[in-house]
Design a protein around this ligand. Structure first.
Ligand SMILES: C[S@@+](CC[C@H](N)C(=O)[O-])C[C@H]1O[C@@H](n2cnc3c(N)ncnc32)[C@H](O)[C@@H]1O
Length: 287
């Protein structure tokens, strides 16, 4: 199996975010990528979301997937027809600048009657605080934000920048279980799953089971892949503490990410990991 060097690839995050989406990993993306091995076979991201880590890594070969269909549609359009994204943003944001609320409600209604990538992209840029919230029935429910959305010129710049970074990626609308089946020796897998308990609404009810993820990680590790799992402590603080059963030797290191600095330690969890502590973002690594 060929292992391709990363040395010539970009590890600087894009200058701006393509989608405005609360809880994304844009702020931590460079730090996260810095823990990836310098050489790898292919990159796999089973919980893609807004793709901050993917775009920062700029992989030579990758599979990126998510169960939210209109989100994967955005990535497909970005890769294959970027002008459609640019034109849709331009047309609608000019109208939005003229009549904010009416335009926002029009876009939301259009999306909710026929979920699609172009309108989801617009909603993420115009909704309140990037809180892209769905009802249990999958309807986007966030009200309009008070901010002025970025200009069409600025959006176009972002499209062009992001498009370059995802040329070698295969985007798939599927569950993490299916995505992780394609793991091979020397792959890197970055998992940023929905936050247990709290995010089933933010990201739609998408049948996520943490135990299944741990099972998939065990299998991928056995195939020789290296897995990085993000755990967001802050999001869960204040909620009930969740103890998960993790095989004792599954994760070997834990990294705390606190905007700039990071702390690395060997795991001594006695086979159990506590999530729900009031800590910064952290990573669990299988090597
Ligand atoms: C925490 S977000 C990922 C955020 C991403 N790292 C970013 O920077 O934007 C989790 C993602 O997992 C997706 N998701 C939820 N359940 C899933 C499942 N069962 N399989 C695959 N993806 C799932 C959600 O649609 C959401 O985009």
């Amino acid at each position: 199996m060929s292992v391709v060097s990363l040395l010539n690839e970009v590890h600087v995050r894009p200058k701006g975010q393509l989608l405005k989406w609360i809880g994304n990993k844009y702020k931590f993306a460079e730090k996260i990528v810095s823990f990836f091995p310098k050489e790898y076979n292919k990159y796999i991201e089973p919980f893609l979301g807004t793709g901050a880590v993917l775009a920062t890594l700029c992989p030579h070969q990758a599979i990126a997937a998510d169960t939210l269909k209109p989100l994967i549609a955005i990535w497909d359009i970005l890769q294959n027809e970027p002008d459609r994204l640019i034109n849709h943003y331009h047309k609608n944001i000019i109208q939005f600048y003229r009549d904010r609320l009416e335009t926002y409600n029009e876009i939301k209604l259009r999306y909710n009657s026929l979920p699609n990538g172009l309108d989801l992209m617009l909603l993420s840029r115009t909704c309140y605080g990037g809180v892209v919230r769905f009802t249990r029935e999958g309807k986007m429910s966030t009200p309009i934000g008070p901010h002025t959305p970025i200009t069409p010129e600025s959006f176009e710049y972002r499209v062009m920048e992001w498009k370059e970074r995802i040329q070698n990626v295969q985007f798939l609308n599927q569950s993490f279980e299916t995505t992780m089946q394609s793991a091979e020796q020397d792959d890197i897998i970055y998992c940023d799953p929905p936050y247990i308990d709290s995010q089933s609404i933010l990201y739609g009810a998408q049948n996520f089971k943490f135990d299944n993820l741990i099972h998939c990680i065990v299998e991928c590790k056995a195939k020789g892949a290296k897995i990085v799992l993000s755990i967001d402590g802050k999001k869960k603080s204040g909620e009930k503490k969740i103890l998960i059963n993790v095989p004792k030797t599954l994760f070997e290191r834990e990294v705390y990410l606190d905007c700039g600095s990071s702390m690395l330690r060997r795991l001594q969890n006695g086979g159990r990991t506590m999530i729900g502590e009031d800590v910064d973002d952290r990573l669990l690594l299988t090597w």
